[in-house]
Design a protein around this ligand. Structure first.
Ligand code: ADP
Ligand code: MG
Length: 693
């Protein structure tokens, strides 16, 4: 994690350029690896290790296997074929039981250090050449006066990531020397001994040493644990401080809607809220009645009914004389929310407006003016809401739907004003606990685990293309019964370069062929807003029975009468994305079915589709997705693509994460950093970190 390496002012002397054996050229190359100071180098840990501790006698070498050999050079020299390329240097190595040659290409200088009579250790793979065993370019190390430096061989050896101009051997050597000479100078322990004992943490100096040159594998593991703990610990402390700052620095307008509004509004709905919805709503209303800005994430699987919870919150704001903004990622969704909310609020006299990239200039000007005069209670829209001149008179609530579609930066744009609005963030991508503790650590979370009653899991089938005709027939049957269907394609138009099916072409083909008896609509990202809205409206109102679409309908679209979905080239979509799309059906009380057509070529691809056929639980799917993709996708997005942690992997290291988090909580809540002198070093260290980290 960069926080540990970037601490403090850097003086010129710290620059690695001035290290012996580095110089300006290598320094530049190292910069590519993110290394500019000696401290950086100390925190540049190996990518992996090789066990070169076990010596093999020459007789026992197995062709094709790696081995470490200790022996004497019996003969050495350039294999002279004048001017021949490559130049080959050969040394024949012997021990008590046998001999074996090792060759190096184009390193003629080796002849001055690997001379006959010298004792050396080599590590490498011996292969058969002309039926004779031979090492090719093994790593080597001299034994001088019976002793080895044991940097490259005869030990658990670090292997670092490299870049052009940086070589394994010299990097290893440089780091070894720094550890010998400067470790004490560069690194100071900042955790009190008693704390380290309590949490069974190795000292920082020892940990750094053991990370680079482990004296045993279990010690490397312990060292890693210390480094990982530090990364989490410092991260969590900063997070807690940030939350504290938020709470004390900013003030939000407390909502003061009449207490019976919940009941009144409930009576306007055609259903009763689920227990989960009620609880989430209670948490939200408690938060928004206070001056501390709400920062809450409402997490619920697709179809769990987050919109109506948001609607209650918007109403609470409006009844308190505050404006609300509802930010959504797509125009289709903006239109849908706007239409729905207008219906829901019709007995409350609220003014709602829609603002997207397709809003006419005239309409936009009017909306912006009304907004500034406080004549609009709730503005629903896309990124257009984030524009400079869109100003609210008294913004009290920001709701962000489908949070994962927005960057953190975009999300905060609307909040940066005084007083600070309450924030409600909706997500259908359940966030595993480790992520909740890190990436989203500054949000409070409400989880809706159960679905509205009567919901049935969508039956999902992964089927081969030769069954397509049968599926189409089956769908026509359903359409005849008044149900509706989605067909999803990965592309808008066919291209020569790809053999993926495309929405436009398939629309033509199907509406003139197998599905010609059905009324069909088409939506994709290249249509004008009017045409797209028209198509969505027609589908929602049942005027079209089958909707051909691209992934534009992935988020949020709600038509409870749609009960079938066909996804073509399903291998082209990610697991969570497929689950989101599938979430468009199974929204009413009728049995729903999803048919996946796809021929994944990788095992991962096959696994994705298989998971979908087996489970409908968004939480399980999110965990599986995380396992398949690795956490990079989630963690990477927090700060300009930089991973949050250098060594730690929150999924893999969850146990340490929880431990570090609890320790950080205690430290902050008991104010130990300032109260207890033994934490002075850490406090110093933290004070040097950039604020808002
Ligand atoms: P999501 O959480 O995916 O955004 P929506 O808010 O779009 O889900 O809700 C999905 C559907 O469920 C909508 O048609 C909505 O009217 C309906 N719904 C929401 N809450 C309930 C409930 N408590 N009982 C029955 N239906 C509900
Ligand atoms: Mg939604």
């Amino acid at each position: 994690m960069q926080v540990m390496t970037n601490s403090g002012e850097k003086t010129d002397a710290d620059n690695i350029r001035y290290l012996k054996g580095i110089g300006p050229k290598r320094a530049l190359a190292l910069e590519k690896l993110g290394i500019s100071s000696i401290k950086d180098l100390l925190f540049f840990f190996p990518r992996r290790y090789e066990d070169r501790t076990q010596f093999t006698s020459i007789k026992k070498i197995i062709p094709g296997h790696y081995a470490t050999i200790k022996g004497k050079i019996l003969a050495a020299g350039l294999k002279s074929r004048k001017f021949a390329r490559p130049v080959i240097f050969e040394a024949v190595l012997g021990d008590d039981e046998g001999t074996v040659p090792a060759v190096w290409f184009n390193q003629p200088y080796l002849k001055s250090c690997l001379q006959s009579g010298i004792e050396i250790i080599i590590y490498g793979k011996a292969d058969l050449y002309n039926k004779r065993l031979q090492f090719h370019a093994p790593e080597y190390e001299l034994i001088e006066a019976g002793e080895v430096a044991a940097i490259h061989t005869g030990r658990i050896t670090p292997v670092y990531s490299l870049t052009e101009g940086i070589f394994q051997r010299s990097l290893r050597q440089t780091i070894f020397k720094i550890l010998e000479k400067r470790l004490q100078l560069e690194i100071r322990e900042y955790l009190p001994q008693s704390f380290r004992q309590e949490h069974k943490l190795m000292s920082l100096l020892e940990a750094i040493k053991e990370m680079h040159f482990p004296s045993a594998f279990n010690l490397q593991e312990e060292a890693r644990r210390r480094i990982v703990f530090d990364e989490f610990f410092i991260f969590e402390i900063n997070l807690l401080k940030k939350i504290e700052r938020m709470k004390t620095k900013y003030k939000a307008p407390p909502f003061s809607a009449p207490p019976d509004f919940v009941e009144t509004f409930q009576e306007n709905l055609s259903f009763v809220l689920t227990g989960c919805q009620k609880q989430a709503l209670n948490e939200i209303l408690r938060d928004t009645s206070s001056e501390v800005p709400m920062n809450r994430l409402l997490m619920g699987d697709v179809g769990s009914g987050k919109t109506v919870v948001a609607a209650f919150t918007i109403l609470a704001a409006a009844l308190s004389g505050k404006q609300a903004a509802l930010l959504v990622p797509t125009e289709i969704l903006a239109v849908q929310h706007h239409t729905n909310l207008k219906k829901l609020f019709k007995n409350f006299g609220l003014t709602l407006k829609l603002l997207t990239a397709s809003t006419s200039i005239k309409e936009r000007d009017k909306t912006v003016a009304f907004l500034a005069q406080g004549k609009i209670d709730c503005l629903v829209g896309t990124h257009s809401l984030l524009q400079e001149d869109v100003r609210f008179q008294s913004l009290g609530l920001v709701v962000i739907d489908e949070q994962h579609k927005f960057g953190v930066h975009q999300r905060s744009r609307l909040l940066e004003r005084t007083p600070r609005p309450h924030q409600l963030v909706l997500t259908a991508t359940p966030i595993p606990r480790t992520l909740a503790l890190t990436v989203f650590g500054d949000l409070d979370i409400s989880v809706m685990k159960s679905m509205p009653v009567g919901r049935k899991a969508v039956k999902t089938y992964w089927i081969s293309r030769d069954k397509q005709e049968k599926v189409l027939e089956h769908i026509l049957q359903k359409v005849k019964k008044g149900e509706q269907a989605y067909f999803i394609f990965p592309m808008i138009e066919e291209t020569e370069k790809s053999d993926l099916l495309a929405a436009k072409n398939e629309f033509e083909r199907l509406s003139n062929g197998a599905l010609k008896t059905a009324n069909m609509g088409l939506v994709h990202g290249k249509l004008s807003a009017d045409v797209r809205d028209g198509a969505m409206k027609a589908f929602r109102e049942g005027k079209t029975e089958i909707l051909i679409a691209t992934s534009v309908i992935e988020v949020g679209v709600d038509n409870p009468n749609a009960t079938v979905m066909v996804i073509e080239n399903a291998e082209r979509f990610g697991l969570s994305q497929l689950h989101q799309m599938r979430g468009r059906i199974g929204r009413g009380d009728k049995e729903s079915e999803c048919f996946l057509f796809g021929e994944p070529t990788t095992d991962e691809g096959k696994k994705r589709l298989r998971i979908l056929t087996k489970t409908h639980d968004g939480f399980v799917i999110a965990e599986e997705d995380l396992k398949l993709r690795g956490p990079g996708d989630f963690y990477g997005t927090r700060q300009s693509g930089q991973p949050l942690f250098k060594v730690a992997d929150p999924t893999f290291d969850e146990e340490i994460l929880i431990q570090a988090r609890d320790a950080a909580k205690k430290l902050i809540s008991e104010n130990l950093l300032t109260k207890d002198g033994s934490w002075a070093q850490l406090k110093n260290f933290l004070d040097q970190l950039p604020i808002n980290y």
